[in-house]
Ligand binder design. Sequence first.
Ligand SMILES: Cc1cc2nc3c(=O)[nH]c(=O)nc-3n(C[C@H](O)[C@H](O)[C@H](O)COP(=O)(O)OP(=O)(O)OC[C@H]3O[C@@H](n4cnc5c(N)ncnc54)[C@H](O)[C@@H]3O)c2cc1C
Length: 88
Amino acid sequence: MKAAYLMDTVGNKQARGEIAMIKVVVPRMALRVLDRAIQAHGAAGVCDDFPMAMMWAHSRTIRLADGPDEVHREAIAKLELQRVGSTT
Ligand SMILES: Cc1cc2nc3c(=O)[nH]c(=O)nc-3n(C[C@H](O)[C@H](O)[C@H](O)COP(=O)(O)OP(=O)(O)OC[C@H]3O[C@@H](n4cnc5c(N)ncnc54)[C@H](O)[C@@H]3O)c2cc1C
């Protein structure tokens, strides 16, 4: 919500830290939710009768597409170091 708000109000460049953060957090959360749903369904959760395994595989690609997690984490780290450097 904060990232979307900043994108709308101050623009994508100013919101790049928050954008990088959601790109790390949201796909991981989606995978966690899907993993729990699969677990609750047992083996049925990974069979073709349900879409969960396919949804998990699809969501997994989002941790790579548009840059892997590591690249977003590096961007966040650089912004944080700049922020800390500018206050000391
Ligand atoms: C579904 C899907 C859609 C895509 N759509 C597009 C698209 O529309 N346009 C487009 O241009 N590309 C697209 N891609 C490509 C995507 O951007 C790349 O797959 C992604 O950037 C990772 O590059 P790579 O696959 O060559 O893996 P690599 O760059 O070889 O990375 C492999 C692994 O190495 C590690 N790694 C890589 N770089 C670093 C780093 N700097 N620091 C630390 N570790 C690192 C990570 O663990 C990473 O997962 C898409 C990919 C997928 C899966």
